[in-house]
Write a protein of this length. Structure first.
Length: 325
């Protein structure tokens, strides 16, 4: 089996490594163009490109694959590279570009996608984040035969994975990346023998996992403490949780919901100690245990409070005159 691989972030790199370790021939990798990153904003290759270069694999980085789009020359060059690769199948994992029909039709066995959810529960860009945010008890990986729709293709292999009570997007990502790498190897081995099953997705239970926006980090203290805690786990490592104390911005990275009843207004600090900063919510109490000042380091609650005065009665997201400085 000759495999073209299309992917960009770390999730995809894990799958590419597994394919190479299993002995599949990968003559071509498609990945997003290099992006500026870090303090110096220097161009940085994607994890998939770095992996491809380490293994001497040809890399194509078009900004679009639409032959009639904004970058037709880049799309045409990618088409030539795909045709020259003479691949049997394309594997796609978090690539970041829409595949037009000519790409889907190019390999004889089509395009297989490694999708980090139990389709059709979460289609779209952020299935890991949204599963945690929604309080799902489980997630998983679906190997899907791609079609022209958005994550609407037939399901080939599915494996479930429980979501632990302390899972963040970072920890769940790593579990699903390993699972996806193993499943795609199994799928290709089955496809090589002509025995890869295909099951149409059910029409019920479809949800769209919208891309995570930075503005979503703002904590709404009128929400249930459990919902806020889930969002914080879902938004770790990006964009985290954000709240305001007067003119000071505070990032919240870890917190636990407590069932305690609080009569204070949502956003009111009930207590602040090394065990955490307890804040009244619309229902229940949120105990924040890992916090960060703007420009500072992430600190455990006790260390944070040594350099930042938060006390009982302080109001987060407040204004002068309501308990804020």
């Amino acid at each position: 089996m000759r495999v073209i691989f299309a992917g960009t972030p770390e999730f995809a790199r894990v799958a590419l490594e597994r394919l190479l370790a299993a002995g599949f021939s990968v003559p071509l990798v498609l990945t997003q163009p290099d992006r500026p990153a870090g303090r110096g904003m220097k161009l940085q290759a994607s994890p998939v490109k770095q992996c491809a270069q380490e293994h001497g694999i040809a890399v194509s980085q078009p900004r679009s694959l639409r032959l009639d789009g904004k970058y037709p020359e880049e799309a045409a060059a990618a088409r030539d590279a795909i045709e020259a690769a003479h691949a049997d199948v394309m594997v796609v994992a978090a690539y970041g570009l829409i595949l037009p029909q000519w790409v889907l039709d190019a390999p004889p066995k089509g395009c297989l996608n490694i999708h980090a959810s139990l389709l059709p529960r979460w289609r779209g860009a952020a299935p890991i984040h949204r599963a945690i945010e929604a309080g799902d008890a489980e997630t998983g990986v679906t190997i899907m035969q791609m079609d022209a729709g958005l994550d609407t293709g037939d399901m080939c292999l599915v494996e479930r994975l429980p979501i632990a009570a302390d899972d963040t997007t970072a920890s769940l990502h790593d579990k699903l990346a390993g699972l996806g790498g193993r499943l795609i190897v199994e799928a290709l081995e089955m496809a090589a023998c002509g025995g890869l099953p295909r099951t149409p997705q059910p029409s019920e239970g479809v949800n769209y996992a919208h891309k995570i926006e930075k503005a979503e980090s703002q904590i709404d203290w009128h929400q249930d403490a459990e919902a806020i805690a889930r969002r914080l786990r879902a938004f770790n490592p990006f964009p985290g949780g954000a709240t305001q104390y007067g003119t000071e911005a505070i990032k919240v990275w870890e917190a636990q919901a407590e069932p305690a009843h609080a009569s204070a207004l949502p956003g009111t600090v009930l207590s602040a100690s090394a065990d955490g900063v307890r804040v009244a919510c619309g229902q229940g109490v949120l105990r924040m245990t890992l916090l960060q000042r703007a420009g500072g380091k992430r600190l455990a609650a006790g260390d944070f409070l040594r350099g930042f005065a938060l006390s009982e009665g302080s109001v987060l997201d407040g204004v002068a005159g309501d308990g804020s400085p």
